[in-house]
Write a protein that binds this ligand. Structure first.
Ligand code: K7E
Ligand code: CUA
Length: 665
């Protein structure tokens, strides 16, 4: 590369990097020399030194984009900014061993959202070994998910989409702690929320939330999971049935409350601007949502025109009261409460939604373990806004509940906690994680970088970061994972679609320097994850047939047989065990609708049997004591060999059955 120093060669990577670095330095220089200003209307909104006008913003946007393409080379020019001890971290070697020896178990479960792969991935922490994947919005051959009647009907009823985009996994809580029962996750692509049963590690419900196009932020109401909330991100006409299509001012964003048991949408709240991410306070009153586009524009320039946006604080009991009193309009059967700024429900002394001014286009909200403060990452502002939730309930001017605004670095996106007074914020543009002191940030002047204790480089461009049990009232510290969007040069090249890079960082109890201990390639594209101590879960090792009693039969060896249920319908029932199907053959007629019901009658753990029928798209995976059913049409006469897909015994290969389809003549 050294011979390519000519600046005329604009495609030379190093030259491109140099250009971007110069551009970024220009922007930073402007940022550093700007003086904070008071907001015109006296709301006390200072922009913490970052006051980019529209022209600068576009430029900054260009640089941010450029930096995301070159961030691996960015470290050097950024080191002279920010905290006293930024840059490449920590003395190596002080972290405990993260490698779990053969035969031993990890201490924590990690549940990763799979992004637009639609699945949840389960990893052990700290080893980062992948334990399993749970298909949610996608179909998955390995688990027969989306192939048996039950799961395919569930996917069909939830809109019949073939994929989803899940970002935010949330564990159900009792008394503010994970109870190990359920995981809830959003679908940003199709406006859905799914529930995963953690006894069986299976998706057991998906709800297509009415009136919204995209569910982005998702949280359960702490401390007892009274609701699962979803932020409708995209603004659309209400209802979106062809009215108001050319009148974006009439589009609206909805905040939805879903009952975790019935998975029905109970009510929705209409607000101004686009909702983004949300988190619950710990006492069941507040849910805080980041939001952007208070301009209510439809293009990027318009969306980022104004200097500020408004975070929304939903007062859940106040909203419930409005619903009880019937103060709503009903759209598609759902009560919709008006939480827009000008709503009469927001004019009294107990507004249902408070609008808190922040620097424009913030990205995320995380409530710290004590439930006292919500942290709102600035994204375009190098700051985190600290909202005091107690004060929020007391002050009439919500801006007065902003009690701190530390300057943490460029592109702050997500914050996590160690439970010992420290917050950790990912810096997308700087490709770093900044650790800062929460109380110091409240004492310090807004816009001060003093509360920042330390920074560590990550590779590259982190989105969410997550520490152990950080969403509970009692986080465990020790490990933090940085979910980096780009891996660039960190792994063997695998073609142009690169893996993400999840990095394991040791944080101890916050008393130590952060230390990077492992890189972990991740298939596109996790956004967030959540960690629970293994003692909080109690997964089944085989099915308990009582759990599906009344919904599905249990077919013993004796009950195996073929029953004609109609002129063109047959019900085929078969037990399954090592290494034979209860029916070694069965005969149907061409054109018959075949309902196939199979039970794995073994009760030994880890003996799973599969059922594949060639040329019929039949693929079931049946765990011990489970029953699965599939209905299909036998439309071509012939012989079809049914085989077992799971390697179950030495005679697995011989485990066969035969479907004979006789010509109907
Ligand atoms: Cu930041 Cu959808 Cu939580 Cu992606 S979101 S990073
Ligand atoms: Cu049963 Cu292989």
């Amino acid at each position: 590369m050294s011979e390519h120093t000519s600046s005329a060669d604009s495609t030379d990577p190093e030259t491109v990097v140099e250009q971007y670095e110069r551009q970024l330095e220009d922007v930073l220089a402007e940022v550093e020399t700007e003086t904070p200003r008071e907001d015109e209307d006296g709301l006390g909104l200072e922009l913490a030194g970052l006051e980019l006008d529209r022209r600068d913003f576009i430029k900054a946007g260009a640089v941010a984009g450029a930096m995301s393409a070159t961030a691996g080379c960015a470290g050097g020019i950024l080191d002279d900014r920010g905290s006293g001890s930024p840059g490449t971290s920590a003395k190596a070697g002080s972290a405990p061993d993260h490698l779990v020896p053969p035969g031993e178990h990890d201490e924590y479960y990690g549940f990763w959202s799979g992004g637009h792969s639609g699945e949840i991935r389960v990893l052990g922490i700290p080893s980062m070994r992948e334990l399993t994947r749970i298909p949610v919005f996608n179909t998955e051959g390995a688990r027969g998910y989306g192939y048996d009647d039950q799961t395919s009907e569930m996917l069909e009823a939830a809109g019949d989409y073939t994929w989803g985009d899940n970002h935010h996994p949330n564990l159900s809580e009792t008394d503010g702690d994970y109870d190990g029962e359920y995981l809830f996750v959003n679908d940003k692509a199709n406006g859905r929320i799914a529930r995963v049963n953690l006894k069986y590690f299976e998706t057991d419900a998906i709800t297509d939330v009415p009136n919204v196009q995209s569910v982005h932020g998702t949280t359960v109401l702490s401390p007892d999971t009274k609701y699962v909330f979803g932020n409708g991100e995209f603004r659309t006409p209400l209802p979106n049935d062809g009215r108001d299509v050319h009148d974006p001012k009439k589009y609206t964003s909805l905040f939805s409350a879903v009952d975790p048991d019935s998975m029905e949408t109970k009510w929705q709240v209409k607000v101004d601007g686009n909702l983004d991410i949300c988190d619950s306070g710990k006492e069941g009153r507040w849910v805080i949502s980041s939001a952007y586009n208070s301009e209510e524009a439809v293009g990027i320039k318009g969306m980022t025109h104004d200097d500020r946006d408004f975070v929304k604080a939903f007062d859940i009991p106040a909203i419930e009261k409005a619903v009880e009193q019937g103060t709503y309009e009903e759209v598609n059967g759902i009560p919709i409460v008006d939480g827009t700024k000008s709503s009469s429900l927001n004019s009294g002394d107990r507004p249902i939604v408070k609008y808190i001014p922040t620097p424009k286009s913030p990205h995320c909200v995380e409530v710290e373990p004590n439930g006292k403060y919500a942290m709102i990452a600035g994204k375009l502002s190098p700051t985190v806004t600290i909202l005091d939730l107690q004060k929020l309930g007391e002050v009439s001017d919500p801006a007065k509940a902003v009690v701190g605004r530390p300057k943490v670095g460029l592109g702050p996106l997500h914050t996590t906690f160690d439970g010992n007074g420290h917050a950790y914020t990912s810096l997308f543009i700087d490709s770093q994680v900044a650790k800062w002191d929460i109380e110091k940030a409240i004492e310090a002047e807004k816009g001060s970088a003093d509360p920042v204790l330390e920074k560590i480089d990550v590779h590259y461009n982190p989105g969410h970061i997550q520490a152990l049990e950080a969403m509970t009232t009692d986080p465990d510290g020790e490990w933090l994972v940085s979910l980096n969007k780009l891996s660039k040069d960190r792994f063997l090249p695998v073609g142009p679609i690169h893996p993400d890079n999840d990095q394991l960082i040791h944080i101890g109890q916050g008393e130590k320097e952060m230390e990077l201990v492992a890189d972990h390639p991740a298939y596109p594209e996790p956004h967030d994850c959540v960690f629970a101590h293994r003692d909080k879960l109690d997964p089944a090792t085989t099915w308990d047939k009582e759990d599906y009693k009344g919904e599905k039969p249990y077919i013993s060896e004796k009950q195996s047989g073929v029953e004609r249920t109609g002129d063109r319908q047959v019900h085929v029932k078969s037990s399954v065990k090592r290494s034979e199907y209860g029916l070694q053959e069965f005969t149907v007629k061409e054109g018959d609708e075949v309902r196939l019901t199979l039970t794995n009658i073994e009760d030994v753990r880890d003996v799973i049997h599969g059922v594949a029928i060639p040329e019929h798209d039949v693929n079931l995976a049946i765990a011990p004591q489970d029953t699965r059913e599939v209905t299909f049409t036998a439309d071509e006469p012939g012989v079809y060999w049914i085989y077992c897909t799971y390697f179950c015994s030495a005679l697995h290969l011989e485990m066969r059955s035969r479907m004979i389809v006789e010509p109907r003549d």
